[in-house]
Ligand binder design. Structure first.
Ligand SMILES: [Zn+2]
Length: 316
């Protein structure tokens, strides 16, 4: 299968060295009264800076994701400070990939408590925390990582769903299953019909199931479809004009991959040969679309193989 080192390499290669030069400040965009997105990069998929968000209430602020370094976390906090002086009460982490939470310590030090899924395992962290930090530091640079400490252990763990009621607002935090990663959370604002989907939705690339599963991704997408959000903020990329079209596109992608891999399994085609039928990976850009497709395909092949043998319960 895909060695963990390859994934780590991929994450290391994700970020171009120019990230350090990007945006001196982040500019929040208002989605509804008191609800903001802090847009990340667009057009670069998972190689770009993710989206973050925050919800302002009269009893404090709830932040969604902390970005990939203390420096970006600090810049995000400043952007929030430009909108409100309310204290930051909670930071919700949509999952445990470094680009979404390595800025969390800044919010913790500012007094926020962390809401996250307790399962922090991802292939990126398989070499241990020190290796992950060292590799990620090579991606974002030493300056960006100054003051880093892990802060993704939940003070309030969510493994099903949980509702925050703060200053008259309702904020629902849902674990949609191990779709993108085992520790996925989404943030749903029922009154505004706004969803922060994390990397379950990626607008300018495609989501990944290497740390999760295609079957769980499909269920998560169905859950989003049932919520029928007015606005869905993806983990990466622009906010789609039509959220359900992005959901449908993502679902089509994953079910297409499943039927290709199922056919391969049923015809006894070995995984490597099934992967060879796909467009070649970009050696230097392991999270580019072509590279992702191959890595997703490898995961989906294993799922289909287990299903074929009636062993889906024993999937890793
Ligand atoms: Zn991710």
């Amino acid at each position: 299968m895909i060695p963990a080192a390859a994934l780590l390499t991929c994450m290391v290669a994700t970020a171009p060295p120019t990230r350090a030069d990007s945006a001196p400040g982040f500019i929040p965009r208002r989605l509804a009264d008191g609800v903001y997105v802090v847009p990340g990069d667009t057009g670069r998929g998972s190689e770009g800076r993710p989206n973050a968000g925050f919800i302002v209430t009269s009893e404090g602020v709830v932040v969604v994701d902390a970005l990939g370094s203390p420096r970006d976390g600090h810049t995000l906090l400043q952007a929030i400070r430009g909108v409100t002086r309310e204290p930051v009460r909670w930071l919700v982490l949509t999952h445990h990939h470094p680009d979404h939470h390595f800025g969390a310590i800044v919010f913790k030090r500012a007094g926020a408590r962390i809401i996250a899924h307790p399962d922090t395992r991802t292939l990126a962290g398989e070499g241990g925390p020190d290796a992950l930090v060292a590799d990620w530091t090579r991606v974002v640079g030493r300056d960006a990582m100054r003051g880093f400490a892990f802060a993704d252990r939940p003070d309030r763990a969510v493994t099903g769903s949980d509702t925050l009621r703060l200053g008259g607002r309702t904020i629902v935090i849902v674990h949609p299953g191990a779709a993108h990663t085992a520790g996925d959370l989404m943030v749903w604002l029922p009154d505004e019909r706004i969803l922060f989907a994390g990397d379950i939705l990626i607008e300018d690339g495609v989501t990944m199931v290497v740390d999760g599963s295609a079957a769980a991704l499909e269920r998560a997408l169905d859950q989003i479809r049932r919520l029928a959000p007015r606005v869905a903020v993806p983990g990466h990329g622009a906010i789609p004009r039509d959220p359900l079209a992005l959901v449908a596109r993502t679902r089509e992608y994953i079910t297409g991959l499943e039927s290709d891999m199922r056919a391969a399994v049923e015809h006894g085609v070995p995984m490597q040969r099934a992967l060879d039928a796909l467009p070649p990976a970009d050696e230097q850009r392991p999270v580019s679309l072509a590279s992702r497709r191959r890595r997703n395909a490898a995961r989906v092949y294993v799922e289909e193989e287990h299903r074929y043998m009636g062993l889906e319960d024993s999937l890793p």
